[in-house]
Write a protein that binds this ligand. Structure first.
Ligand SMILES: Nc1ncnc2c1ncn2[C@@H]1O[C@H](COP(=O)(O)OP(=O)(O)OP(=O)(O)O)[C@@H](O)[C@H]1O
Ligand SMILES: [Mg+2]
Length: 316
């Protein structure tokens, strides 16, 4: 795995005609070759706009975009062939079968004969669609459609696979299936850009993450770096009875406690000083007639990092 950038973005901005504010606003990003790079952000953050510019589908208002050192605006067909985009809005023909869809898009890419048949077999296999290959796409579940949409981007064996919310609205099984395939493709050398609203999947799948909000990158780094940044931990307590309101208020007001959440006999505190807070919280609960039956410390999750950075929860 080399660390040379496959994508370099400098001061990239896009303002749609008539829009009051930019959809992408001064973005700088370098994405190393061979990684699974996660782009995480809520609705309207600018993810699709950014990817559309990267694929040469939308002209930037300003800034530069390079793929393997070559300016995207002057890109020739050879560079375009290195990219595979699975768009957020499904690009499928509902009245055609899965195999016919693949054959159609393969033909557009100049594949034919034995080469096309080889890629069709590969894609149907990778998507786990062999059993339904000759069924019309209109009869497919959301998960099957997503899988087909994804492998169409693999037809021409791209070097960089760009996925715009590939798991939106699908069942957990299909999601797991897609993730396992992406890990395998990445292990075989493919670079991947993956956008999502879902914290857990970015946390599990990606080597590096950029968090985008209102068109700006608000944090970037390895998942470990981002999780370490706030230097907070969670303190999770199980209690003998649900803490009464007075105990809850006292816990919230306890020194070094940042946030406190309550769910029945389950209490989650966040703090930069968990070693100090845990015994104080247990003592305070005891004084309120509540015993602690178990105590554990946990790391912050990306969801909490996002909340700390933006003040909003990720919307699905
Ligand atoms: N074709 C367009 N014309 C005008 N404004 C647009 C257009 N496409 C997107 N926008 C606006 O640009 C901003 C960024 O949208 P974009 O679709 O890039 O966000 P996103 O992060 O992909 O959101 P989502 O998670 O909902 O897909 C939004 O405010 C959106 O309303
Ligand atoms: Mg989008």
């Amino acid at each position: 795995m080399t660390a040379s950038p496959i994508v370099e973005i400098r001061q990239l901005s896009k303002t749609y005609p008539g829009a009051g504010r930019p959809a992408v606003d001064g973005v700088d990003l370098a994405i190393a070759h061979g990684r699974i790079f996660g782009l995480l952000g809520p609705n309207g953050a600018g993810k699709t706009t950014l990817l559309s510019m990267l694929c040469g589908l939308l002209p930037p208002s300003s800034g530069s975009l390079r793929i393997r050192g070559q300016d995207v605006r002057h890109q020739d067909a050879a560079i375009k062939r290195r990219l595979g985009l699975a768009p957020q809005d499904l690009a499928l023909y509902p009245y055609l079968t899965a195999r016919e869809n693949l054959a159609y898009f393969g033909g557009m890419l100049g594949l034919h004969g034995a080469a096309l048949r080889r890629r069709l077999d590969y894609c149907l296999d990778t998507a786990g669609l062999n059993d339904v290959a000759d069924r019309r796409v209109e009869t497919f579940s959301g998960g099957l459609k997503r899988r087909l949409n994804l492998v169409i981007a693999l037809l021409h064996e791209p070097e960089l696979l760009i996925l715009d919310e590939p798991t939106v609205g699908i069942d957990p099984q299909s999601r797991r299936f897609i993730h396992e395939n992406l890990k395998r493709l990445n292990a075989e050398g493919m670079s991947i850009i993956y956008t999502s609203h879902y914290m857990e999947e970015v946390e599990q799948l990606c080597d590096e993450v950029a968090i985008i909000d209102h068109g700006r990158i608000i944090a970037q780094g390895s998942v470990d770096e981002l999780l370490a940044a706030p230097r907070e931990a969670t303190i999770e307590l199980r209690t003998s009875v649900p803490p009464p309101p007075a105990a809850q208020a006292a816990l919230r007001a306890l020194a070094h406690v940042h946030t406190a959440e309550f769910d029945g006999k389950f209490v989650v505190l966040t703090s930069a000083a968990p070693q100090t807070v845990a015994p104080a919280a247990m003592r305070l609960l005891h004084e309120n007639g509540v015993e602690t039956t178990s105590l554990s410390f946990g790391a912050m999750h990306l969801e909490q990092v996002f909340l700390a950075l933006t003040g909003t929860r990720l919307r699905n």
